[in-house]
Ligand binder design. Structure first.
Ligand code: ADP
Ligand code: MG
Ligand code: ZN
Length: 323
């Protein structure tokens, strides 16, 4: 029996599935526009369809396991999706049980940030690195922490929620209900929100001009910043510094070797990374700072699939290699 996992990525607007080998090769890739209107069972049918199709082409079933990555809060051990922002109607869905009943293969469910951290450490920028922090600068601020080879999950799988570390007790309100979270400065939604405030308070004519009749997004704010707009540059600089405050604390706690940065907002590049890198030494101790390298994600659009597969292999280490 070959040592492969079937990976499923439920983030985004498409369901994606593929067989992934322990060496990190993606095979028999399948995708379909997520049947969000059909409700829970329509999407379960889609996953099973993609899987059976890929198994047929592969010639055998991936007995090692099926890994599923989903965004939003979930209970990894019980395999329950509590809520998924991109899947309307999904509330407390026992996804692990439902898929195991249909596929007869063990299913492991994982949160996107935590799985991506495992994916980077197994297949990506953090190969052979046992201590890393993964950050997904996206619509929100996703993350995962690997410490001494172990994923930080906590009692209920909620560990590693780095984006909701508060960095200012008097800061802006976050979508999670708390105050001053890093995400409320450097999530894509927050950059857009701060851009709107700057545009409406007349601090930035450029943001308004670039947006035109359209929505003010993080891309619009980035474009304004690249044109030299002061307010837009400051929004990203404040975001980069907020990130440094929170990550500086984690650098002290975990003494990581690597910080891996992914996500769409990371395309803003130095608008975020320059203030982040230059202010990080202000928020952690020098010896810990000296050990840490900051690198881009190596998995990009396949982060979800690699993460789902890495979660399967992480739960079932290979006896020969221990990996
Ligand atoms: P999600 O977190 O929803 O899975 P992504 O990782 O793709 O999504 O990130 C989406 C976020 O990245 C959005 O807020 C979007 O506005 C922002 N974004 C995408 N491209 C750029 C860019 N070139 N510059 C700045 N922000 C960008
Ligand atoms: Mg995310
Ligand atoms: Zn929050």
């Amino acid at each position: 029996m070959s040592d492969v996992a079937f990976a499923v990525d439920l983030g985004g607007t498409n369901v994606r599935g593929a067989i992934v080998t322990r060496d990190g090769e993606i095979q028999h890739y399948r995708t379909a526009r997520t049947a969000v209107r059909g409700g829970v069972y329509a999407i379960i049918d889609q996953i099973v369809g993609l899987a059976e199709d890929a198994f047929d082409e592969h010639g055998e079933r991936p007995e090692t396991g099926v890994g599923v990555v989903a965004p939003g809060p979930l209970e990894p051990k019980a395999g329950i999706v509590r809520f998924a922002p991109n899947l309307p109607g999904w509330e407390n869905v026992p996804l692990k049980r439902l898929l195991e009943e249909r596929l007869n293969i063990p299913v492991v469910l994982g949160n996107d940030g935590n799985c991506a951290a495992l994916g980077e450490s197994m297949f990506g920028a953090g190969r052979n690195v046992d201590n890393l922090i993964y950050l997904a600068l996206g619509t929100g601020l996703g993350a995962g922490i690997i410490h001494q080879g172990q994923l930080i999950e906590g009692i209920a799988g909620l560990g590693g929620e780095v984006g909701h570390i508060s960095v200012d007790g008097n800061g802006p309100r976050c979508t999670c209900g708390a105050v001053g979270c890093m995400e409320a400065y450097i999530g894509g939604w927050a950059i857009a929100r701060h851009g709107e405030l700057a545009a409406h308070s007349e601090r930035s004519a450029m943001i308004r001009e670039i947006a035109g009749e359209g929505r003010i997004t993080a891309e619009v704010v980035a474009d304004a910043a690249l044109e030299g707009d002061r307010a837009a540059i400051d929004i990203f600089a404040r975001g980069g510094r907020a990130l440094a405050v929170g990550i500086g604390g984690l650098v002290n706690v975990f003494n990581p070797e690597l910080i891996v940065i992914g996500g769409g907002l990371a395309r803003a590049g130095d608008l975020i990374m320059e203030p982040f890198r230059s202010s990080l030494p202000n928020y952690c101790m020098l010896p810990a700072y000296q050990h840490v390298a900051i690198v881009p994600s190596a998995l990009e659009t396949n982060t979800g699939l690699y993460g789902a597969a890495a979660n399967v292999f992480y739960q079932q280490p290979n006896e020969q290699t221990g990996m």
